[in-house]
Each structure stands twice: as structure tokens, then as C-alpha cells.
Write a protein that binds this ligand. Sequence first.
Ligand code: IPM
Ligand code: MG
Length: 357
Amino acid sequence: MNYQIAVLGGDGIGPEITECAVAVLKKTAEKSGISLQFTPYLIGGCAIDAVGVPLPEETVQGCLASDSVLLGAVGGPKWDGLSGSQRPEAALLGIRSALGLYTNLRPAKLFPALRGASPLREEIVGAGFDILIVRELTGGIYFGDRGYRNGKYGEEAFDTEAYSITEIERIGRAAFEAAMKRSRRLTSVDKANVLETSRLWRKIMHQLSAEYPAVQYNDLFVDNAAMQLVRNPKQFDVIVTSNMFGDILSDEASQITGSIGMLASASLGSGTRGMYEPIHGSAPDIAGQNRANPIAAILSGAMMLRYSFGLSAEADCIEQAVDRVLEQGYRTADLIGSTDAVPIGCREMADRILHAL
Ligand code: IPM
Ligand code: MG
């Protein structure tokens, strides 16, 4: 087997964590006799600096010609003054959309070794939790009409949210299918007491629920869901929600696993090509200092093996290696919550994981 992988390191800590993920994927490939080819492309602020646009056409074409995409992070203070469509973040939304990646899987699982790093009390965490957030990724308010206009109080800015039945149905189906492969519980999160898009969302989810009688289904309003996540995270298995609510709730879910530096993600469309990226940002304040946590990027690589290439055993191996290194007490700076932890840098963490493989 031979796979082409486009590598989009991006900005800030993006390149250093992506390098770690590539090293882990290379070692895994060596061990299991598959061949992976990595080709770097520009995205975000580094692309603006090099060629003047955040998402060069060459990057889009390179990703379309690849079997999968590994992404680091984009953005930083250097490009904060740019207008909306010129910003590094526009490239991230643009590439998700160009590749048709409407399903974003964000697993928030507490590694047993990190129980002490979770801000939640031990009795709430209990034996741990394992939540899968399914975020709609190419619709909603992040992609709606926006701009400036004259309003009641003079000039105003506006953003709009739209969701079609087709968009809701396909993300809903992805979530029900994911729930079928797990403990068959699905919570749909919306704001149907206020938003029209949420009322349509809920109606479609209920229709799908009738097709999946084996899945225990419930609805929650997003404000309640945000509260329930810290009150009792163990009640959740799969959560499906819109682009913006998923963006917000996944950051919250990540922190209760110990650190946002732990959460990987897979963005999928209708085919096998996916884009795999940590959910954290470019952390420009610690870039280039060997302080970043590479685990989210490394686990994103594992998700690529699992979801795009069907290599579940290899993905398991990487996850177990991460688990072992954490059990040994090694921690990057973001995870130092407990007293007996051994603090190490980004590169050392990757080396430990490579060794544990
Ligand atoms: C994420 C990020 C992005 C998003 C930003 C950087 C555009 O926060 O992947 O969660 O909102 O999708
Ligand atoms: Mg986010």
C-alpha cells in the first residue's frame, strides 16, 4: 500500500508538532510495511508571507491529489490586522470547504494517566469519560453571508446562519453511524428555543432517530450542554452539533481531558480522503521554544490511519504508545498538573512516543 499525504504545517507551533506526527507516521509505516509519501504545502500566515494569499491554489490542488492531509495550525498576531478573507483562518475554512469535509470528529477522551490534570474533581471524573463530538464543518454561521450595513443604530456588522436539510441530514447520519459503532448514545445540541436553523436541525435529527432505533437519542440546548459537560461528562457518548456550537463545546471538552494539547480531529467528507489536525491553535507565544504538546498532532496522525486508510491496528499502536508515555509520568508544560510529573519538551515527548512504538 502506498499513500500520498499532503502536509500543511502552517504557523506558530504548527510546523513543530506536525513534524512530530510525521515522524510517528513514518516509524509506523516502516514497522507495518506500508509506504507513506509526505509533500509539504503552504497554508495560513506563512503562505501570505511567501506568496501573498492564505490558501494558494497549489495547496488546494496538492490536497486534492493526495490521499489525505495532515494539518498543524494557522494564524498569529502578525496577520491579525488583515481583513476577514485575507486572514490565515480563512484558509482553514477554505480548505475544509474545497475538500468537502463536512464531518468533523473530535474525540475527547480522558487518558487514565491524566486524571490529575483534569480541572474536574476526582468524583466527577470517576473512571474517566470518552466523548466524541461530531461537529458540522462546512456550513452554518462560519460560512453564511456577512458584512456591514446600515442598521437601527447606524453602521452595523452582521453574520448569518443557514443550514439546508441536506447539510443537516448528512452530518446527522454521520453521527448516528458513529454512535452505532460506540455505546449507541447520541445527544444533538442546538438552540431550538431561539434559532430557526436549530428548529430545522432538531426536526431532521428526530426523523433520523426513527431510522436508528438502536441509538438512544436526546436533544440538549447548547447552554445546558455546556453546563452538563462539566457537571457530568460521563453522561455523553456522541454529541452532534453545528459548526459554531461544535467549535465552542470541543474546546470545553478538551480542557476537561487535561489540556487542549491532547485533542485530535478528523475532518471527513463522502470519500476516504480526510484532513487531520489538532483542535488547538498555533500558540504563537510558545512557537519554536520546544514547549508545545505534540500529542494532539500525533493522535491526529493515528486518526488518519484509522479513518482514511483503514489501518486500525496501526492507529491503536500509536494510541497505546501515547498512553504508555503518559503512564511513565512524562508531561509537556501544558499537562503539568500533578506533582510527580516529569516535564519534557515537544521533541522529547515525540521521541518517547517513537521509542514506545
Ligand atoms: C478550530 C479552530 C478554527 C475553527 C479557527 C482557527 C478558524 O478554532 O479548528 O476549532 O473555528 O474551526
Ligand atoms: Mg476551535
